[in-house]
Structures are given as structure tokens and as C-alpha cells.
Ligand binder design. Structure first.
Ligand SMILES: [Cu+2]
Length: 333
């Protein structure tokens, strides 16, 4: 009995210590959504149970090693015990109860974080190798996920090719993006902290998976409304329109505008340049070449790049949109 009391006290103390230690670890980034609260609370409860189970095993083991170690000259066997129905019933019932209780808490949390507000802002999220695009009401497409603070957003998540996964660690929730019109997935987020975050793809999806990120900006409602209004008007400047199409049609997922290499060649400084093709021939980049490169991507391949540009992408564009894209490429000296 004396030993059991000593072990009990030690287990309690170790549990408190381990739990405090786990809580002090920076396991998650700051919480920036209403859904993060219940998730973090559930996580915290799990950590307490983990601290207790860890202590239970370690304290019993170390206590036995030290207190019941073999005395010098003692060569006898330890006491032999066989079976104990009471203990067996207890260690079946107690864990079962704990697991069922956590299942209940989990179901409750899931129901809470998935509740959809009828006033929610709907944004369509499209994942493709290797970029994200966000479509807002009013035919606005963006490569950045802009969100108003403290308003629920209902994301309709889909993929154009393989399985991706939408994840912003600060929002805590995560959802796979699965190809197929019938497989559009819902994700509810209520951002409650103004700031800049990042969407990361959380499902291995090919060569550039690690770079499949998109910026997230949570802003004041007035700022968001102004942005949405500005984006819903078509700019009069062809270069600005070109930027709009490059985002809308996902070109910037593979082409950068600043000279850095991506899946495809950067658009900076290509106009007027003499480029070497994969077959060794040389081409001067002019309007005619660019039109061909956009409408028949496989006709000529730039040296050092694969035939990765979607073959049908040009068919989605009108001739005017292609002219705007060329104006954009020409402007990138
Ligand atoms: Cu991905």
C-alpha cells in the first residue's frame, strides 16, 4: 500500500510536469480562425491524456527498477502472480470509456466546425499541378486567397488533375482537393485574425508539390469589398488585363514574371530574345511565335523544359486575351 501511494503521487506529479512541458512546446502556429478554438481545445485534452499515460508507464517502470532491485546475495525468484480478474475488468472498462468519451468530443467538435452560416461567402478553390486559383462571386479570379475578417467563408474545393490538399495551418482545418465534378468538397473557415498566411498543398502531388503554395490575406471587410469591386471591373490597360488572364487561366502556376525559373520559362526578358529549342533550332520570340507557343504548346519546346504546358489551354482563351498576354510578356523587360 505504501508503494502504491508513493507511485500514485509520483505519477500525478510527473503528469503535471509532462503536460506543462508539452503545452510549452510550440506545436502549432498562431490560431487565426474561429474553427481553431475547438480543435486546439481537443488537442490540448489529448496532450493531457498522453502526459498521464506516459507518466503511468515510466513511473511504474523506474520505481520498480530502483525500489525492487535485487539485493546483494539474493538469488531467489520474485513473487509469482497469475491473473487478476478485477484488474483486467478495470483496464478494459476504463480505456474503453475514455475512447468513447473522446469519440463523442470529436463528433461534437466536427459538427461545430462544419456548421455552415447561410451568409457565408462562397469561394471556389481549384488546385492543379502546381497552383491554386480562387474564384469569387462576380466572376473574379485570383491567385491570392483574400478573405474578409470575421465572416464565414465556404470553400468549394476541387482539382483539375491529381489529388491535392488545401491546408492553411493557422486555420487548422484541412481538406483534400479531388478531381471530378461530383467530388467538390466543402470547407468552412471563419478567419478571425487580420494577417498574411499561406495555403500549402498537403498531399504529395508530383515534382513541384513542395512549391505548391498560395498567399492568403485576411483583411478588414471594407478593404475586401473594395478589392472585390476593383477586380470585377476589366482594366483598360492591356498589360493589366494580361496579368488578369495570367492569373485567371493559371499561367502563373508555371511561369514567373520576375525571371525566376519554374515549371516553364519565366516571361521576363523573353520578348525579342533568340531562344534555343529542344531540337537545337533557334527562334526569335515575336508575336507569331508567342501565339504558336500558347495555342500549340507542343509544336516547339524550349530547350531545358518538358512538354508540360496543358495542350488545350489556348482553346480557353479568346484572340483578344492572347493579345493581352502578349502585351504583358512584351512589357516584362
Ligand atoms: Cu498539390
Amino acid at each position: 500500500m505504501k508503494h502504491l501511494i508513493a507511485v500514485g503521487i509520483l505519477v500525478a506529479l510527473t503528469t503535471l510536469g509532462v503536460a506543462a512541458g508539452l503545452r510549452a512546446l510550440p506545436l502549432a502556429p498562431i490560431a487565426a480562425s474561429a474553427q481553431a478554438g475547438p480543435i486546439d481545445a481537443l488537442f490540448g485534452l489529448h496532450l493531457q491524456v498522453i502526459a498521464f499515460l506516459f507518466s503511468l508507464i515510466i513511473v511504474f517502470m523506474l520505481y520498480s527498477l530502483v525500489v525492487f532491485r535485487r539485493k546483494p546475495g539474493d538469488a531467489s525468484d520474485g513473487k509469482h502472480i497469475e491473473g487478476h480478474t478485477g484488474i483486467e475488468v478495470l483496464w478494459t472498462i476504463v480505456p474503453l470509456g475514455i475512447v468513447l468519451y473522446f469519440a463523442y468530443l470529436g463528433a461534437q467538435t466536427l459538427a461545430e466546425i462544419r456548421r455552415v452560416d447561410p451568409q457565408a461567402l462562397q469561394v471556389k478553390v481549384t488546385a492543379r499541378q502546381w497552383a491554386w486559383t480562387f474564384e469569387y462571386p462576380g466572376d473574379v479570379t485570383s491567385g491570392t486567397l483574400n478573405l474578409p475578417v470575421n465572416r464565414q467563408v465556404l470553400l468549394k474545393i476541387t482539382s483539375k488533375d491529381v489529388i491535392h490538399s488545401f491546408w492553411v495551418p493557422e486555420f487548422r482545418v484541412k481538406q483534400d482537393a479531388v478531381p471530378g465534378d461530383k467530388m467538390v468538397k466543402d470547407l468552412v473557415i471563419t478567419p478571425d485574425r487580420i494577417g498574411e498566411y499561406k495555403v500549402r498543398c498537403a498531399e504529395m502531388c508530383g515534382t513541384n508539390h513542395a512549391y505548391m503554395e498560395a498567399p492568403v490575406a485576411v483583411m478588414a471587410t471594407a478593404q475586401f469589398d473594395a478589392w472585390l469591386k476593383q477586380e470585377s471591373e476589366t482594366p483598360t490597360d492591356p498589360v493589366a488585363r494580361g496579368r488578369r488572364w495570367a492569373t485567371k487561366f493559371g499561367c502563373i502556376g508555371c511561369h514567373t514574371l520576375d525571371g525566376s525559373k519554374s515549371v516553364g520559362p519565366s516571361w521576363q526578358g523573353v520578348y525579342g530574345k533568340t531562344e534555343e529549342m529542344a531540337d537545337g533550332s533557334k527562334v526569335v520570340v515575336d508575336d507569331a511565335y508567342l501565339i504558336e507557343a500558347i495555342t500549340q504548346p507542343a509544336a516547339k519546346l524550349v530547350k531545358g523544359y518538358g512538354n508540360l504546358m496543358p495542350a488545350t489551354i489556348g482553346a480557353d482563351l479568346t484572340a483578344d486575351q492572347i493579345q493581352d498576354l502578349i502585351a504583358l510578356i512584351r512589357s516584362l523587360k
